[in-house]
Design a protein around this ligand. Structure first.
Ligand code: NAI
Length: 388
């Protein structure tokens, strides 16, 4: 699609999004209010193109053309000819609202205004615009150049025409769009919570150590990384902030309760790989702990975390957060799960999932383990999830 794209915020996400749009032939203007951030973005895109060139993924000519389609701008009014503007600035509603209301006076009537926010409601951002029907959430995953999934989140104010156009644009950028309701965590950041939360809980109860839990999820589940490895990779500070924001936004639903274990890790400065230490020690020569060799324990851990993940997906389907197809696509394409969660439920059996959840609920009497009503109904009717 030949169009003019504006990107605001030239940090991690803005840089990736600008490159994605330019790769598909769009002319991109990227704006930041910090000149040094723009310079870093320019270097990062050049570096990324150089790597692609060395790997033979693009020719010299293609790299030059692609880079030539991106301009780095320090003046917001230069976005006046944009067909779509995607905002990827600091995660702060007051700052975003000011930006959107200023932007509305710069762009044309038909320009789509999108936010890449992970945790703010799209309705609250759209409310800062007079023409709120053209505002939408377009949520990329990091690194945007590589991750195929993009969540499209219409606010209650958003028009169908805006949503359809956003879906068309993202597909034309060779990404896989999924449609999500404007609810906390959208799809991925909501459905993935038990992967971390239940793993932390199992550890806190003394059932197993980090290495054993990680091994169980990789060996029995086929996940590329275990929960603790992944939290160390993402950064405990970032991962905890997402959990806390989802927990707060869901009015403190115990299903999303953050963990003291993770909080203490942050307080101690054990952020993960980036600080050299997290659940594991990343110092050179440090020995990685070994997982306990206990197959039945490993299978139990995997089953407990998996049914909690599946229950989250079932509840999201029940509450019309997205279609079954989009819920499954989101997890396989957004966070590389080996299978979609609803597909997985069909495979291991709805009866098994409901019984396992009921067993947990019976043991703990905690709301966190409540089984989705949809699931229970499906068990009674002998139905499977229909994913198409
Ligand atoms: P970042 O901190 O890397 O970049 C933000 C950039 O915005 C900085 O260069 C900063 O100078 C600029 N900025 C701040 N206020 C501005 C303003 N008023 N006008 C113009 N530029 C301004 O942040 P990152 O990680 O790229 O995140 C950006 C947005 O994307 C946030 O809303 C975040 O929640 C969301 N997001 C982040 C993901 C991640 O993994 N980092 C994934 C998906 C969404």
């Amino acid at each position: 699609m030949d169009m003019n794209v504006g990107v605001i915020g030239s940090g991690t996400m803005g840089t990736g999004i600008a490159q994605v749009a330019a790769s598909s032939g769009c002319k991109v203007k990227i704006y930041d209010n910090q000149p040094q951030a723009l310079e870093k973005c320019r270097k990062s895109i050049q570096g990324s193109l150089q790597k692609m060139l060395e790997k033979g993924k693009i020719s010299q000519n293609e790299a030059e053309q692609l880079f030539g389609r991106i301009s780095f701008i320090g003046d917001l009014t230069a976005l006046n000819d944009s067909d779509i503007v995607i905002e990827a600035i600091i995660e702060n509603i007051a700052v975003k609202s000011t930006l959107f209301s200023n932007l509305e006076h710069i762009v044309s009537e038909n320009c789509i205004l999108a936010s890449n926010t992970s945790s703010l409601s799209i309705a609250s951002i759209a409310a800062s615009c007079k023409k709120a029907e053209r505002v939408i959430g377009i949520h990329f995953f990091n690194p945007a150049q590589l991750m195929q999934l993009v969540e499209i989140i219409p606010a209650i104010q958003t028009s169908d025409a805006t949503t359809e156009q956003a879906l068309r644009i993202i597909s034309s950028w060779n990404k896989i769009p999924v449609l999500a309701k404007d609810t906390p965590g959208f799809i991925v950041n909501r459905l993935a919570r038990p992967f971390y939360g239940e793993a932390l809980r199992i550890y806190e109860e003394g059932i197993a150590d980090f290495a054993t839990i990680d091994h169980a999820m990789k060996h029995f589940g086929g996940f590329r990384m275990g929960p603790f490895e992944l939290m160390d990779f993402i950064g405990n500070d970032i991962n905890y902030t997402v959990t806390e924001s989802v927990f707060t936004a869901f009015y403190f639903d115990p299903r999303y309760k953050p963990s003291f274990t993770q909080k203490r890790m942050i307080e101690a400065g054990y952020l993960g790989r980036k600080s050299g230490r997290g659940y594991y020690d990343y110092a050179e020569g440090a020995a990685m702990p070994k997982a306990a060799e206990d197959e039945s324990l490993g299978k139990d851990i995997f089953a407990r975390i998996l049914v909690m993940l599946i229950n989250e997906a079932a509840e999201a389907l029940h509450l019309n957060i997205a279609t079954a197809r989009d819920l499954d696509l989101a997890m396989t394409k957004g966070v590389n799960y080996p299978k979609g969660l609803l597909h997985w439920a069909n495979e291991i059996g709805i009866d098994f999932c409901v019984d396992k959840l009921d067993e947990l609920y019976h043991n703990y009497h905690e709301d966190r383990y409540r089984c989705s009503v949809l699931f229970r109904k499906m068990k009674a009717e002998g139905r499977k999830f229909e994913i198409n």
